[in-house]
Design a protein around this ligand. Sequence first.
Ligand SMILES: [Zn+2]
Length: 288
Amino acid sequence: MPELPEVETIARGLNSRVAGDVIESVWLGSKPEPLKSPAKEIVAALESKRIAGVRRVGKHIVFDLGNRGKATNLRKTSKTARARTPAPTFDQSQWIVHLGMTGRMLVCPAREKIEKHTHAIARLASGRELRFVDPRRFGRLSVSSGFEAPGSEPLDVELARFVSLFRGRKTPIKSALLNQKLLSGVGNIYADESLFRALVRPRRRAASLTRDQLGRLYQAVQEVLKEAIALGGSSISDYVDSDGEEGFFQLQHRVYGREGEPCLVCKAPVKRVVIAGRSAHYCPKCQK
Ligand SMILES: [Zn+2]
């Protein structure tokens, strides 16, 4: 499952490759699952539109679409620039892609062989194609105008807001971190790693955290996500970037997936527990 850093990396890669290009036509496959909006609406929203930019919102990839003549609204950014620029306010639609478990967005020449499990193809004026490939079909395509993530953006949220998200919450802090209505895009790996760095046990009631602990957690969440983004996303299995190349490196996990192995700080064996159906890893000595 791609987490926030992977989606950020993919969105930046897509932005550097296709911003400014025009979608000439769209093909959608016959499988219904990947289409969250009706096929007709997707085609109508995408065809003859210029891709003004691509950015990440939560764990979604958002293509901002403008009219094909409006070259002045182009938001061309360099490879190193953040893809998450604010949405332009002029009349426009958005193409939203959620990668699910195994979804990928490829940019390739039109002549390239179409992979099995390709569910959507946007043909671009440059002669290339944007293809959505997803063997397990948990990924979703939709169109919208004014798309917003349900929760706060973990890399932009201010400390005061972050602290207020957890006030009065009786759920374990780990579950609160995973609650997408509070923070958008923090997944299991980065929640465990953040709690380790903040020295807070995953089972602690969110409301019981001190102001200091919340301050440390705020720092840790941003640190962990930024480090993973700098590495190009960490995640698991078969990751590829928007050119179809394997481009991801593993962030060294300090607790995630290290059950029974010695804590990198104190050597105590890392523990694994299950909280609300998700595994949580922590050091019983370092984390309180
Ligand atoms: Zn430890």
